[in-house]
Design a protein. Sequence first.
Lengths: 286, 351, 392
Amino acid sequence: MLTILFDGIAYGMLLFVLASGLAVTLGLMNFVNLAHGAFAMAGGYITVILVNRLGLPFFASLPIAFLASALIGFVFERTLYVHVYRKSHLDQVLFTIGLVFMSVATVDYFLGSSQVFVQVPDTLQGQFSVSGVGIGRYRLLIIIVCGLLTIALQFVFANTRFGSRLRAAVDDSRVARGLGINVNRIFAVTFAFGSGLAGLGGALGAEILGLDPTFPLKFMIYFLIVVTVGGTSSITGPFFASLLLGISDVAGKYYVPTLGAFVIYTIMIIILIWRPQGLFSRASSR
Amino acid sequence: MTTPARLTIVAATEWLSERARWHPLEFLFWIAAFAAIYLMPSRHLILTEIAWLGLFALSLDLILGYAGIISLGHAAFFGLGAYTAALLAKHEIINEPAAALLIAGVAAMALGFLTSFLVLRGSDLTRLMVTLGVALVLRELANRNGWLTGGADGLQGVTIKPLLGTFRFDMFGHTGYIYCLTVLFILFLLARRMVNSPFGLSLLSVKDNPLRASAIGISVDARLVAVYTVAAGYAGIAGALLAQTTAFASLEVFSFDRSADLLLVLIIGGAGYLYGGLIGAIVFKIMQDYLSALTPQYWPFWIGLVLVVIVLVGRDRITSWTAPIRLFAERLNWRALKRRPAASITEEHLS
Amino acid sequence: MLSRYTIGAIVTLAIGAVAVGGASAQDTMKVGLIVSMTGQQASTGKQIKAAVDLYMKEHGDTVAGKKVQVILRDSASVPDNTKRLAQELIVNDKVSVIAGFEITPAALVVAPLATEAKVVELVMAAGTSIITEKSPYIVRTSFTVPQSCVIIADWASKNNIKKVVSIVSDYAPGFDAEKSFGERFKAAGGEVAEAIRVPLANPDFAPFLQRAADAKPDAIFIFVPSGQGGTFMKQFTERGLDKAGIKLIGPGDVTDDDLLPGMGDAAIGTVTAHFYSADHNSPMNKAYVAAFQKANNFRPAFMSVGGYDGMHLIYEALKKTGGKTDGDSLIAAMKGMKWESPRGPISIDPETRDIVQNIYIRKVDKKDGQLYNVEFATFEAVKDPVKEASKK
């Protein structure tokens, strides 16, 4: 039973790393980036190529996946996304879905439609027992990495100047601009960082979630759920939302397999009816 | 002679009627659509799809374009309508497709009414997710209850009896197209009537600024519930059309892809003027069909590219390219010549 | 926002500009191939297309005086798409055969169409038993899931496996697998401790595997659609179930050649029963695998032979009818045909129009540095057991 809890936490934290970038960009610029999953997919495939084809060690390729996705995010943001900020939400939806289609087809063309696997080092395979509870090694790695990332993110968010500028800009960008905060630059940096995180999440998640060209479409719903339930004005919101979703999904499938996916959606609807702004956000000025 | 109050009423009525006038291009559109029955018999299959997709997009336009409710789960009503019609036909409860269509619409309206309270509060994002959640829950329900719905394999063994007792649904799609187009036209007329009525105008004010609207006494919640219910009914009928013309219903009718594609269709055509959904359906379906025949494997790339280009180029620029045609059509609008007297009454009253 | 009426005008003109398809020549026989080239089942579609292309490259495109033309359409795994595409192919392009069908609902939804239009429906991928019963014009060159499941059940009961937990995906082939394996295994004295069903889309096997492991079986019987085998295998080893002494058995979908190379050494030792392995030791198969890998960058998998043999069936039937392409003649010619395929000897059962083939028991092993399903036992001329049982 504790194994299920452990699995749920791992799954939840993975979702968090994947979705955190989306939460911040949505809260910050009110920009609906449905192509977020494409950056995750990029990170995953880059890791696959590095580890499987070029023989790099797994741990070394994780940071590279992060940097590469961040770079791709930065480039896309400066060249394509800037033109779309002023447009309506609907146009943003159209634009980002178009990007998703293009990325899916591109990956399909170059790397095939089948699922790909990362050759994970043997030290991460299998599980070991701690007082009767089976701990999967790979999932333990996920929890450790994601836990460290969360702590780092929360630190940056709450305790640094950049973080406070970011929070100010999320709260009310007009006033923030009025105070002299360069919101556009903050956004460019945050977007790149968020894409990098997505890429890292994709690299880590390839083992657990399965990586194929339709990845962005399959998992977009989960990211959106995390962001909506968690609210977009903090890091802790999406964090707890991801944990909640991860645990309830895994536990639901174990204890009541006949209900399966029901559980997440129903929980989400209930939470959103009860608190439409998300579980952890203050009612913002928007 | 005429009191100031009476003048206002006259002017207002004139203005409303003016707004609801049929533009020459509208005539052209519908004439072409009906002419396609005779002129393009080999394309009836895809035209049938365009017809019910257009109706589906029209239903989304009612809530998105006129009430500002953004929904990623409109497929919930579509799917419910589809399964209702398919089940009625399969178990031979109702043998007349047109009657089954109405019942499917009513079922979808009921669901729309029940779930309408979910979209009353919350931001755009909340509504997106809640509506999506409803659609996915329905999908799961359909999946779980395979004894009723056929589960992941779809509902098998559905036979649709001839329409009105005489018109068999043939392989070529002739009956299908005429049926779908007629239903679309009737429902379109109703929708047009609705949005050009005072009710429709109040919806626009709610969309613009709910707080202000409620301040002048417009009941926001009641209106949202009403339009959401009607839109759900329209979506249900579109779903029933799908089920009846293909004699099949599967879990795909509830999928996220369907709702997302629908949103794309409507955004391509433009929300808020009723024709957006129809035009979007035509453009999207034809483009998709053409591209997937051209490159069966990589067509999503080209569609994605078209979407990106549309947004980057911008609607305003696209609209300006079509200005000459619009101006030409205006010239045909002879009624505009008669409009002058009404304008002068309003001006007199204001001064 | 686009101005309402202007776009109306443009589009009306566009409607008028949509061209009608060209007329077909008398000497061409058209085959409509509707498979999933995008979406979840895209890898299956790719395999089938590659095999069809290979066959036509090897054998040319002229048979019995007719030129064979394959028209490819993407169904995106949506059954109503398949139906509309099939209708258009029949009505506009006048095809004589509709082939493909990677998922069961696609094959079922086209069945009434095949009957009405008297067009051969050639199932190259789907594996549910009842498909061929839905229309007298349906013929299958792929497989039926129960064929492999009963064989593995026999093998398991003879090899010290007494208690099994069965895990299948929640759709028709999955139910077929669960039922055919369960009945055969129980009839031989085995025990099916639990029968778990996993959602078809986006499965996370972890909770289900945990449940299965808690029941402490000798083996887990697994059936998932081709494409999910890899994820399953990963999570199986991640939970350490292989180390816990639980064997993995099932039909060969879980060790699909398409994904096997990437599964890692943890898959070694898995025993499955199936009709095709890329490692099959026959000269014809060796040539097939070599040519296939040369033309594409991936190995042929069991889905591909359905396409390869399907084309062969069409060609041979056309030769037999002397060029007649109407549905009745083709079906009559197809019934009872026997030939050597890369998978081994196969034939089309004249009574059921379903495929009769050898089923092999194989074990995953490493050969030349790559993982293969190595065959070590053969069961000859296996007919679909579900239809066989219903005859008695």
